[in-house]
Design a protein around this ligand. Structure first.
Ligand SMILES: [Zn+2]
Length: 311
């Protein structure tokens, strides 16, 4: 995932949407659109309740049967809509199946339940295929082809509208319990082989494809494009290295930057400029967890050590 620190105003706006909701009891949401506020609040309860279960599965440690019927489980069971009631039933049943074992081994029902939850999230809504510059949420075939090249595996890229991304990012943040100031700009779904991108990432990429990078020497528009190229490469590297930590992924992304710049219609001059901007401006500004000392010329993550070039 790749994010940026947004202005406080936007963070507060989003936090208000997510957390400033009223109790959902006796309220119901019907329909197939984005999650309603009451459903987001349920999602937050679910995220807090399910995190220790996910950890137990990962570590192969026992899940107490109490977890499936404690107060948090009761709140999860009390879902605010028909679509979430179905998910709640599945996760609680799966919880009991897991808790019946010394080591959580029969994880299939848990992953089936997770899948059912995934199916109601905005990010998994079906989208039409559209080419080029447009503001609608769509599958982008050209970006998909480029991502597949960089990731070295079949990857679908979807670009979201402003309103669509607000829902995608909000739901994702609630589900992953990220710190409030983290606002995602790209999400790699490794299971589905898909990258979802914010409109502010897709727009400069599409413009560059249509008319080349913004003219002139280093300027803000060229930097905005460079950041978009970095995010694009970052998500592709997640698919290429599904187990890799963020800092490793980011380090590979920075080394893709010239190649990606050329794919997106950049000249060799622009590709070199983008590489330097990525190295000297974008990389140092990244979250600490996205950086590592191993990411340097001749370091353990240098794909071409000794070539006298970095990245
Ligand atoms: Zn990432």
């Amino acid at each position: 995932m790749k994010g940026a620190i947004l202005t406080a105003a936007i963070t507060i706006l989003v936090a208000g949407t997510v957390f400033g909701v009223t109790a959902w009891k006796n309220r119901s949401h019907v329909g197939g659109g984005p999650l309603a506020n009451v459903e987001l609040r349920w999602l937050r309860e679910y995220a807090a309740w399910s995190a220790p279960i996910d950890r137990a599965i990962q570590r192969g440690t026992r899940i107490s049967s109490l977890r499936c019927r404690d107060e948090a489980a009761r709140r999860v069971g009390d879902a605010p809509s028909k679509r979430l009631t179905r998910v709640a039933r599945l996760v609680l049943t799966a919880c009991r199946i897991l808790a019946a074992e010394a080591v959580p081994d029969r994880t299939q029902s848990w992953f089936t339940a997770r899948q059912a939850l995934g199916d109601v999230l905005t990010m998994n809504l079906p989208l039409p295929t559209r080419l080029g510059q447009t503001d609608v949420s769509r599958i982008d075939p050209r970006l998909s082809r480029f991502a597949t090249l960089i990731a070295d595996r079949s990857t679908q890229v979807r670009c979201w509208s402003v309103d669509g991304w607000l829902h995608v990012a909000t739901e994702w943040r609630v589900l992953t319990s990220h710190v409030p100031e983290f606002w995602p700009l790209g999400i790699a779904d490794k299971v589905r082989g898909r990258t979802d991108l914010a409109p502010e990432v897709c727009a400069p990429l599409e413009t560059s494809l249509a008319q080349g990078p913004p003219p002139g020497s280093t300027n803000n528009e060229r930097y905005v494009l460079t950041e978009a190229l970095m995010i694009f490469a970052h998500e592709a590297e997640h698919h290429r290295n599904p187990q890799a930590a963020e800092a490793v992924v980011e380090c590979y992304a920075i080394q893709d930057i010239r190649r990606v710049a050329i794919l997106f219609n950049g000249t060799k001059t622009f590709a070199n400029e983008a590489a330097l901007l990525a190295r000297d401006v974008a990389y140092p500004r990244q979250y600490a967890s996205y950086r590592t000392r191993a990411c340097r010329a001749g370091g353990p993550l240098d794909r071409t050590p000794g070539d006298g070039r970095w990245p």
